[in-house]
Write a protein that binds this ligand. Structure first.
Ligand SMILES: [Zn+2]
Length: 301
């Protein structure tokens, strides 16, 4: 994961509103500038700190690599070229912005000698997007967290690599069921199942504890999830093959307090055959509730 600092003084509100960053490819002399070309180095999962009037005002998560896109600010009478780079990002605006001046000394120590985002007086360098190193990035993140609750959904490099590998396997022309089957197969050997196994080693419903028979089941499926949700342990339930099947098909779900909900499509005579009963209740965390809500609304039959 990489970190960046972006100066958006004139365009912050618009970029936040549209959940993106945009920089021109070339100036009116036809030259590219390093603080625009840095857009090309942004990868999904990177953190970008928005600076506005000498304050850190938003901590943003890059969602995708830069794509070529027309200038969205043409009404500002800028002299910029029409074509530029656009990076989609999730903005997390800080209710309590961090003053750069107040932390100037520490920040200056962390600035690189070349291409520094800040000047010796603590002001912003003329420029748009600056890559910073991990120590600097973590320091800014800690400043933001000091006075704000930050819900930035970070993923690490290993997670991103795994997601990329699975995505590469998925052929868009194949059908949804086939894709979900591929995901299930890959997930079963990967980080998602490891995360779930570190919480519990048995089926949440029946207690079966043969790990090779346990499946890491998504509440919100891969195809509907963003990269963070795809490997978020809170989006998962560890289930035996039987219970994974009924959960996946929406024949059962769970209420916000973990009470089982059995679809009317399952006839009572099948309850014992499926090892189900109305008394089943599982432990769920606060973060799991959101995913289960999705499952109830979209999957439960
Ligand atoms: Zn089970």
């Amino acid at each position: 994961m990489s970190y960046f600092v972006v100066f958006q003084n004139k365009t912050f509100e618009e970029e936040k509103e549209g959940q993106y960053l945009w920089a021109p490819q070339k100036n009116n002399q036809g030259r590219g500038l390093f603080h625009w070309e840095s857009m090309m180095r942004v990868r999904p999962g990177d953190i970008i700190f928005s600076m506005f009037r000498q304050h850190l005002v938003s901590v943003n998560l890059a969602k995708e690599q830069a794509i070529e896109a027309p200038n969205p600010f043409l009404n500002h009478e800028t002299t910029w070229e029409r074509t530029g780079w656009l990076v989609k990002a999730e903005y997390n605006e800080l209710p309590n912005p961090v003053s750069i001046k107040e932390h100037r000394e520490d920040i200056l120590k962390l600035c690189p000698p070349k291409y520094s985002p800040f000047t010796r007086t603590g002001g912003g360098t003329q420029g748009y997007l600056f890559e910073i190193d991990e120590t600097f990035g973590e320091y800014l993140l800690s400043l933001a967290r000091k006075n704000n609750y930050l819900s930035v959904k970070e993923i690490n490099e290993e997670e991103f690599k795994e997601i990329k590998e699975i995505e590469d396997l998925l052929d868009q022309t194949r059908d949804q069921t086939e894709n979900e089957r591929i995901v299930k197969g890959r997930i079963g050997q990967g980080l998602f199942k490891q995360k779930l196994l570190s919480r519990s080693s048995e089926c949440e419903i029946c207690g079966l504890d043969i790990s090779s028979l346990l499946i890491a089941s998504h509440c919100k499926p891969w195809s509907q999830s963003d990269n963070y949700e795809r490997l978020d342990a809170d989006n998962g339930l560890l289930l035996c093959a039987n219970h994974d099947g009924v959960f996946d098909k929406g024949l059962i779900s769970f209420s916000s307090d973990g009470q089982i909900l059995i679809s009317s499509k399952v006839e009572q005579k099948n309850y014992p055959l499926l090892n189900l009963n109305q008394q089943i209740r599982i432990n769920i965390t606060a973060n799991q509730k959101v995913y289960l809500e999705w499952h109830r609304a979209n999957k439960l039959q």
